[in-house]
Design a binder for this molecule. Structure first.
Ligand code: ADP
Ligand code: MG
Length: 413
């Protein structure tokens, strides 16, 4: 075969699923649950002990699981719940389980209808009041004798969007049930979740608590090794890559999801190059790619006024090269609004938006002393010019402003 035919052969084989790297890509996805979860024995045991009484038809304690993202909460909860359901089936126990992701469900209504469908109660997509659905849920539970274990993943999303009506009702449901019982397993990524809850709901929900701590670099390595063995073909060399992915993720906040993402993207880069070695360099490239995508995604979803504020900082940095004070940013912002036919917000609001952008890492603000004139804030762009430009060029309203030269900048030095 000549070189060019060889190249095409490789390219085509790629499309046909012939890969030098992957045996099973799925194993690196977020929702893949391996049948063994390294370094979570204790958490699995404790959760099993808490939920275990339900197998004998007894009410078990409600439990609140929390910890940062990527610490294995969803994986552990699903693992335990699945085993619990299998065991119940094996011993013919009247136990039902229901696992709902509250963020994906989106509304209290949909969370509740998911719970209903787990006990075979049909609810229309819309049209009923929440209270009506809840009554149907209760009367179905009252008509039989079951123990329902409800896992509410990303429960914080429910509270932030809607308040805690549903949780309030759920935590009190056993008072109104004569035959059946309901236990709740709540899972939250947000450590401040507890502060958002009505104290009565909190005390019922957190009869037991399990905190998932972040993984360290060695633990992440074990997690990645296990996945790599499933995902990659024999002979693929990935040891150095795994070490680096684990070190990077551990230095951030011990997030297994982050480590897996790095490994997956690095592996895809190696695959595209037709290599069977996933190198450290692939990992560094993957890190850049992921960071780029993350920033681009955040930029895209900003509200219009935040975009204009960010563009102001962008244009000032581009033409002056130095960070400027909030007042300067505000002047440029107003000028841009004028050009775009948009009513500007007050300086106070814009100052708040700058703070938000700072928290998201899109700009860097620091307070500087102006001697006897007091203090002010200097703000510079916190992300590469290139990403901002790329995203705004795709944005219909921002596109024309990206090369604009603010007149205000000529009036100052
Ligand atoms: P959380 O729900 O805490 O944000 P997840 O359970 O979704 O975290 O875990 C993120 C990813 O890391 C998932 O793909 C999961 O399979 C994997 N993972 C987390 N902990 C472990 C572990 N101990 N063993 C194997 N995989 C894990
Ligand atoms: Mg989760």
């Amino acid at each position: 075969m000549n070189k060019q035919i060889e190249i095409l052969e490789d390219v085509f084989n790629n499309f046909l699923g012939e890969s030098n790297i992957f045996k099973n890509r799925e194993a690196l996805r977020h929702d893949y649950i391996p049948d063994y979860l390294p370094h979570r024995e204790e958490e699995i045991r404790i959760l099993g002990q808490i939920l275990g009484p339900s197998l004998r038809g007894m009410l078990c304690s409600n439990v609140l699981v929390y910890g940062k993202t990527g610490t294995g909460k969803t994986a552990v909860a699903k693992f335990v719940i699945n085993r619990l359901a299998a065991k119940a089936n094996e011993i013919k126990s009247p136990l039902r389980v229901s696992f709902v992701n509250c963020r994906l469900a989106g509304t209290e209504y949909r969370v509740l209808s998911a719970l209903c469908s787990s006990i075979n109660v049909k609810v229309p997509f819309t049209g009923l009041a929440l209270g009506e659905v809840f009554d149907r849920f209760k009367s179905a539970l009252n008509s039989k004798r079951i123990v329902l274990v409800v896992a509410l993943d990303e429960i914080d999303a429910l509270i932030k969007e809607r308040g805690d009506t549903l949780l309030y009702e759920l935590t009190r449901i056993n008072e109104n049930l004569s035959k059946s019982k309901v236990s709740i397993l709540g899972i939250s990524n947000d450590l401040r979740f507890k502060d958002m809850l009505d104290p009565r709901v909190l005390s019922t929900l957190s009869e037991e608590e399990i905190v998932f701590r972040p993984y360290n670099a060695e633990e992440l390595q074990d997690i990645l090794k296990q996945r790599a063995e499933i995902a990659f073909k024999k002979g693929v060399s990935y040891e150095a890559a795994i070490k680096l992915c684990s070190a990077i993720a551990a230095a951030e906040h011990g997030d297994a999801r982050r480590a897996l993402d790095l490994l997956r993207v690095a592996a895809e880069l190696a695959e595209r190059e037709g290599k069977s070695i996933i190198s450290e360099d692939h990992v560094y490239q993957a890190q850049k790619r992921i960071e780029h995508d993350r920033v681009a995604e955040t930029l895209k979803t900003l509200p219009i006024h935040s975009k204009i504020v960010l563009l102001s900082v962008f244009l000032i940095s581009k033409h002056k090269r130095k960070g400027l004070m909030t007042g300067d940013i505000y002047n440029v912002y107003c000028e841009l609004c004028g050009e775009m036919n948009i009513n500007p917000l007050t300086q106070r609001r814009v100052s708040g938006l700058i703070n938000e952008l700072d928290v998201m890492g899109l700009v860097n603000s620091r307070v500087v002393s102006l001697g006897r004139y007091g203090r002010s804030k200097k703000t510079t762009l916190g992300v590469p010019f290139k990403v901002v430009k790329e995203v705004f060029l795709e944005d219909e309203r921002m596109r024309n402003m990206i090369n604009y030269v603010p007149k205000y900048l000529n009036s100052i030095h």
